[in-house]
Design a protein around this ligand. Structure first.
Ligand code: FUC
Length: 796
């Protein structure tokens, strides 16, 4: 029975007013950061700062999202690689995995390049006396950091934000006593650089290396100023009542009560295929241009806040706890670790994931990398690159549901560049059409298998599924936005290219099923009955699941657009012939072609479960037996693991509608691991600044964790919208506003003591929509722009 009625938009109760958690948007600390994992991130997508909040010396570590080592990649670097494909396949089908493994090493190229640290900006304060009442905080609703303390009765305050509309870092210093501010501004950098001071300006110029090897592959750093990416950082004292004097490499501000400083940064990056030295942009002009028309502080702040909150305020969340916003974040983490439930901390973690995405991924810019945009090392872990066998995609798992669809665009645009280099890689490594991406990439849109021409481990290097996985994001963006123009112009051609590669790459097994060869299950190893441990095989489940998902998306896209019938039929036929999922003797979803054992049964990767999340070719309703096999595999893998690995488990348990297991994993994600070098424990968790500890820091877990929380509250992958599909008993009451479901629907919900008390669906599109709650499905026809109060469920 259809039981719903239309509400007049204006009469809808304002959910905003019932979120009594206005303070739960802050990370709060009572001492300065001693290290990166305690410092607080600010960003506008392009510019990033980690604020340490020091008392005598304040440190801002600086980043610019386009500042990378290296230059345009030569995708033609190993043109003979394809000659090894057939011998590798023959060895595999002869079950000679060792030989296949040694041959596949010839199908490797260079490693990716590294995301570079721009430098540091320091403020040295001439403070004397006892410090009291220290506080620093990050207000994630307004994207502003604040530091304050007292010395001898004077209150010192600093606030910093990075404006997207004005493309500047803005810092305001104040003292409560007249003329009490006395400090020096200076830069440094690990990159080759020089600093000069003139008038009220301090300028740092420099360049990154043309190569920085991954830290796990030596310490080679190559400098070549002619071909290097250049950067410029220009600091200006915009306003002060004090005196500014220049020293050789610094500015000195004395006798001030207030000082407002702005910082502009830019690089010579001019596209993935342009030499950043010889064909680069004029970075000093770009940086200077942003400084030309500086607005008054209040206007800069107002523009910044309005811009940021336009995105941030779209979602509100409360999981039923009392307000804890005023508490110190480290105390909260410690209490949580000691077993004190803090659902407000989980809500904060969710909003923080949204904060980090708005701060690190803006339309027109770079996709957020392994550390977002925040890195202060010359050779950061895994080069702070794009790792596509889980991490880069995970960064965007939650973006659409979190009502941040615009933030998806940098990844979707990146796919367009990858398809260009990837077409050459497909030809040279596989003799295939379309385009391919392996497990690593960088700002140069590198697509080849890494490994320094034979030194890489095939378990990660020789995995050609990155482009296929990435392409599923193109469909997801359409599924949520229903933007047909995007589907037609941007998504479909790229999806088609990925599909073309797969059609060429798939081969028949001995029984005629279509499979992949060579194949791996990212970074995991099997043990054959004869005791051989390896990673290379044929017909790995993960490959097949990813391709199946891509093919399904491609078919749907073609149907929506009504084009390419012949190819669509070809893809449908291939899909029918693909090796079906197999259930192993333990009741597990088989990871390998044969039901072999895993070398590490608790391995962090869960690639063979791709079909259950992020894919949806296995669902509880559509394929219950396979879903049970997924549950079995998940149980064997356990909820332990590194940071991002835990978050994959949260999402999978949510998809398997097991709120308790998902919550158990969530608790593990929020384990306070201490800080930086002090981290001794095995497994992942959370640092003081709520960055995810792999360890070390990787931002994927922040985004994967956010996605997981949302997946527990709202799902829409089974052809219907499901409300509260996997909530644990700890979340018996809560309120939500603004989460997005596929089809272009925005949901507000309120539930009390385990029962929904209000659910409102805002339709952005006209169409048919099905909504499920506690096993009951209702159908509604929606009209774009209308709001629907869902009343057909028990308890509403
Ligand atoms: C994958 C993972 C590693 C690490 C790296 C960046 O290869 O298996 O653990 O997270 O990405």
């Amino acid at each position: 029975m259809k039981k719903y009625f239309l509400f007049i938009a204006g009469l809808l109760c304002s959910m905003a007013s019932v979120y009594g958690q206005q303070n739960n948007h802050k990370l709060i600390y009572n001492k300065p950061a001693g290290q990166f994992e305690e410092a607080l991130p600010l960003g506008n997508g392009r510019l990033g700062v980690m604020v340490y909040g020091g008392i005598f010396t304040e440190r801002f570590s600086l980043n610019e999202a386009t500042l990378w080592a290296g230059g345009p990649v030569n995708p033609d670097m190993n043109p003979g690689a394809k000659n090894y494909l057939q011998p590798v396949r023959e060895a595999l089908f002869a079950e000679n995995y060792k030989k296949a493994d040694s041959l596949v090493h010839f199908m490797q190229g260079k490693f990716s390049e590294s995301y570079a640290p721009l430098g540091n900006l320091f403020f040295d304060f001439n403070h004397k006396g006892e410090v009291s009442n220290y506080k620093r905080e990050l207000d994630i609703q307004n994207a502003i950091s604040k530091t304050s303390y007292q010395i001898d009765g004077t209150t010192y305050q600093r606030e910093t934000f990075i404006s997207h509309p004005d493309q500047l870092v803005v810092i305001r210093f104040t003292a409560s006593g007249k003329g009490k501010l006395d400090f020096i501004c200076r830069f440094n950098s690990l990159l080759q650089h020089n600093v000069s001071a003139r008038g009220k300006d301090l300028v740092m110029k420099g360049h990154s290396p043309v190569h920085a090897s991954p830290v796990y592959h030596g310490n080679e750093i190559i400098w070549d100023d002619a071909n290097a990416m250049r950067f410029g950082a220009q600091l200006k004292v915009m306003k002060t009542d004090g005196t500014v004097t220049t020293e050789a490499h610094s500015l000195h501000i004395t006798n001030a009560t207030e000082a407002i400083i702005v910082l502009s940064m830019a690089t010579s990056y001019n596209g993935f295929d342009k030499n950043p030295g010889t064909q680069g942009k004029d970075e000093m002009k770009i940086a200077a241009d942003y400084l030309k028309t500086i607005k008054p502080y209040t206007l800069l702040l107002r523009n910044h806040t309005a811009d940021f909150r336009k995105y941030y305020d779209r979602v509100q969340i409360s999981l039923g706890d009392e307000e804890r916003g005023g508490l110190n974040t480290v105390d909260r983490l410690n209490a949580f670790a000691a077993g004190k439930n803090d659902n407000a901390l989980i809500a904060l973690y969710y909003q923080y994931s949204r904060y980090l995405l708005i701060s690190s991924s803006r339309a027109g810019g770079m996709a957020t990398n392994l550390q977002g945009i925040w890195n202060e090392l010359m050779q950061p872990p895994w080069s702070s690159n794009y790792t596509t066998n889980i991490n880069a995609e995970m960064n965007y798992w939650g973006v659409e549901t979190a009502n941040l669809t615009e933030m998806h665009q940098p990844l979707l645009d990146f796919i367009g560049r990858l398809a260009k280099t990837g077409a050459v890689t497909a030809k040279n490594y596989y003799g295939a059409g379309g385009w391919v991406l392996h497990h690593n990439s960088d700002i140069w849109a590198m697509t080849n298998p890494v490994g320094d021409f034979g030194k890489g481990d095939p378990s990660w290097a020789n995995w050609p599924m990155g482009g296929n996985w990435m392409s599923t994001h193109l469909w997801e963006h359409y599924a949520f936005s229903q933007d047909k123009l995007f589907l037609k112009q941007q998504a479909y051609p790229l999806m088609k290219g990925a599909v073309q590669f797969c059609l060429d790459f798939l081969v028949a097994d001995k029984k005629g099923n279509l499979i992949t060869a060579p194949s791996t299950s990212p970074e995991n190893y099997y043990v054959t009955p004869s005791g051989y441990t390896g990673s290379l095989l044929y017909g790995g489940t993960a490959d097949l699941a990813i391709i199946r998902e891509l093919f399904t998306d491609y078919i749907k896209a073609g149907e929506v657009l009504g084009i390419d019938l012949a190819m669509r039929n070809q893809v449908k036929a291939a899909l029918q012939k693909m090796l079906p999922y197999q259930i192993g003797k333990e009741g597990n979803l088989q990871e390998w072609y044969y039901d072999w054992k895993d070398q590490d049964p608790r391995h962090r990767h869960l690639s063979h479960l791709f079909a259950a999340y992020p894919g949806y070719s296995i669902t509880s309703a559509g394929s219950p037996l396979l879903a049970d096999a997924v549950r079995k595999s998940l149980t064997t893998r356990t909820n332990d693991g590194t940071g991002w690995a835990i978050t994959w488990r949260i999402n999978l348990w949510a998809r398997m509608q097991n709120g308790e297991r998902a919550y158990d994993a969530l608790k593990k994600l929020l384990r306070f691991v201490g800080n930086g070098a002090e981290v001794k424990m095995k497994g992942g968790g959370t640092y003081a600044n709520l960055f995810c500890a792999h360890p070390p820091f990787q931002i994927d877990g922040n985004f994967g964790g956010g996605a997981g929380i949302a997946e527990m509250l709202l799902q829409s992958h089974q052809g219907f919208i499901e409300l509260l599909p996997a909530i644990p008993v700890e979340w018996k009451s809560g309120k939500l506003k603004g989460l997005v479901a596929r089809g272009g629907y925005v949901l507000d919900m309120e539930w009390k003591e385990g029962k929904m008390s209000s659910a409102i669906l805002h339709a952005k599109n006209t169409g048919n929509c099905r909504v499920k709650y506690k096993g009951k499905l209702i159908d509604l026809k929606t009209v774009s722009g209308q709001d629907y109060h869902l009343t057909g469920f028990n308890g509403i």
